[in-house]
Write a protein that binds this ligand. Structure first.
Ligand code: ARG
Length: 573
């Protein structure tokens, strides 16, 4: 199978070379989707000046030299309208029927892609912001693996630092069992606030908490035992969230801040010795070029505070070195809130100065936009109380069950469908808008069965399955060949050919919303096809075979696409 746009690009480039000389063979033909044809090429307009000729002339000459599995027409000031022959589209879609990968090419050579995502903080509650970095990160991971790359998941938990002194002392006050129960249940916020209140009000507790920070830094065995108890209980809660969401993260992927504790002093010493970092106002700082603050003063990336303490920046420097040197990353994807963008830019620049981020490794910040409540503010609290993630996910399932209330299912089936639809709705809402834009968390909108939603796409797959069920056709058997007789068949087949290219693009650009938009368009093309082209009641066996093949291919692409987004589709809905 071939990417239609690539086919056109190559053919136009050949025509450019024949018409104007070999030096034009690598010109970007500027292929774009078109309202008037399948695609258009706009290169004639961009070349006209250089060739000192009228754009329309240039277009005519390209058209005259163009060898296409289709037709070309010059229009307007010099657009080339390109249209494939039906037979070409049918043959390409036919080839997809026997391709397990549905036209998705493996990336060669395969790369090592480190993906830093989820990363909730143990000292605070996991909130919807972390939900989004988790969902987007997991989709990127799935896409990279499907492209044949080696993926290393890194859950950079916030599991270290001064707050742990008071958290451990609070654990002792509460008793291990009660503390563990509270943390496991996801009440980390209440726990944190209680510890904080004592820290502020009770001098004796405050003294103990500070002393505990010292024994924690020294890795005193008893303190480490208590820290482990706290972390294990907290991680058990995170895992409940991951399991309910169907996220691929496991305990093996945990690589929290604590993991780098040992490296921090050495990182600072080395950078200072090599002159990469310098003391400024008592703190050790890197001043990466190009970062300035007020009045043009160079902005410090502070790796050791004046009191000798290390921070987020120090850990991230150590982390970068580990990912490049030990994990052998070719790409490092940081799926982190947009608010941390300056931190990451300075991290990347500082790591480059240190030689820890060589040119052949690309560090990429996938900026995650905020999730807002209906009041347009950060979606964190409701009626003064913070929203617990697990309760939010449960609510999504309850509401999904309500949407399907009129369906006649037994309780177990209904619960299974409600789970798939509820999680699909929440995840798709995170994925379908570009990852760096904000959006409003709105159950009614995300659970709608029409529009660009998860449930709509899930429903589309269930509908196709029901066609096969009603006709008593096995959805896994082979059908075909594909023959195009109606414009809706043609549009559907052409849309199917776009799957491979869009998955490659999502992998290259880290933009799952493109896959969402593609799947939504595909499902819409299927609807139009289905309204115009009877499948079970086709006029001839040949036509029925072709339409069953198109339906089956659409089902496979939708299921594969949803799977790459981390969304399962129930058999019935
Ligand atoms: N724990 C951080 C937070 O919740 C995110 C960590 C992201 N990863 C990193 N390498 N800085 O904001």
């Amino acid at each position: 199978m071939t990417d239609p746009q690539l086919v056109l690009a190559e053919r136009v480039q050949q025509a450019l070379a024949t018409a104007f000389g070999q030096e034009y063979a690598a010109e970007d033909p500027l292929i774009r989707p078109s309202q008037f044809a399948d695609y258009q090429a706009n290169v004639a307009m961009s070349l006209a000046k250089r060739l000192r000729r009228a754009p329309r002339d240039v277009a005519q000459e390209i058209a005259a030299n163009l060898d296409l599995p289709g037709t070309v027409e010059v229009s307007g000031p010099g657009f080339l309208n390109l249209r494939f022959h039906d037979a070409w589209i049918a043959a390409e879609a036919g080839a997809m029927l026997t391709d397990d990968r549905l036209g998705v090419a493996r990336e060669l050579p395969s790369k090592t892609v480190v993906v830093d995502y989820s990363a909730p903080n143990a000292a605070k509650e996991m909130h919807v912001g972390h939900l989004r970095t988790t969902v987007v990160g997991d989709a990127l991971v799935r896409v990279q693996e499907h492209l044949g790359n080696r993926v290393v998941r890194q859950n950079h938990l916030g599991d270290w630092g001064t707050p742990f002194g008071m958290l451990i002392e609070h654990l002792l006050d509460m008793g291990e069992e009660a503390a563990v129960a509270q943390l496991e249940a996801g009440n980390g916020n209440d726990y944190y606030q209680a510890a904080r209140a004592k820290f502020d009000a009770d001098p004796e507790f405050n003294r103990r908490a500070r002393a505990r920070v010292v024994t924690l830094q020294a890795e005193d065995p008893e303190t480490m035992r208590l820290w482990r108890i706290f972390m294990d209980a907290t991680v058990r809660y995170f895992n409940k969230v991951y399991t309910q969401l169907g996220v691929t993260l496991t305990d093996d992927d945990i690589a929290g801040e604590s993991m780098y504790n040992h490296a921090l002093a050495q990182v600072c010493d080395e950078l200072q010795e090599r002159g990469i970092a310098e003391i400024s106002d008592g703190a050790l700082c890197v001043f990466p070029p190009g970062f300035t603050g007020r009045e043009g003063a160079p902005l410090p990336f502070m790796i050791r505070k004046s009191d000798g303490g290390y921070g987020y920046a120090t850990t991230d420097m150590a982390t970068m070195r580990y990912r490049v040197q030990d994990l052998k990353a070719d790409r490092i994807l940081y799926v982190i809130g947009v608010t941390q963008s300056l931190h990451l830019q300075m991290l990347f620049a500082s790591a480059k100065m240190a030689g820890w981020l060589p040119d052949h490794v690309s560090a990429e910040h996938i900026q995650i936009g905020s999730v807002l409540g209906s009041d347009g503010k950060m979606f964190k609290t409701r009626a003064g109380k913070s929203i617990k993630l697990l309760e939010l996910l449960d609510e999504a399932e309850t509401r999904a069950a309500a949407v399907l209330a009129d369906r006649d299912y037994d309780d177990a089936t209904r619960a299974e469908i409600a789970h798939a639809v509820g999680m699909g709705a929440v995840k798709y809402a995170d994925l379908s808008v570009s990852h760096d834009s904000e959006y409003v968390f709105d159950f009614d909108r995300m659970l709608a069965l029409t529009g660009n939603t998860g449930p709509y796409l899930q429903y589309a797959t269930a509908r196709i399955r029901s066609i096969f069920r009603r006709g008593e056709y096995d959805p896994a058997a082979s059908y075909g060949p594909i023959v195009i007789t109606h414009p809706a068949e043609r549009a559907l087949a052409l849309a199917l050919l776009g799957f491979g290219p869009v998955v490659a693009e999502v992998g290259a650009r880290n933009e799952p919303h493109r896959l969402c938009a593609y799947l939504f368009d595909l499902a819409s093309a299927f609807t139009t096809f289905f309204e115009n082209c009877p499948v079970l009641k086709a006029d001839s066996e040949e036509e029925r075979q072709s339409r069953l093949a198109l339906s089956q291919l659409t089902l496979r692409v939708l299921l594969q696409g949803l799977d790459l987004l981390g969304i399962t589709a129930p058999e019935r809905m």
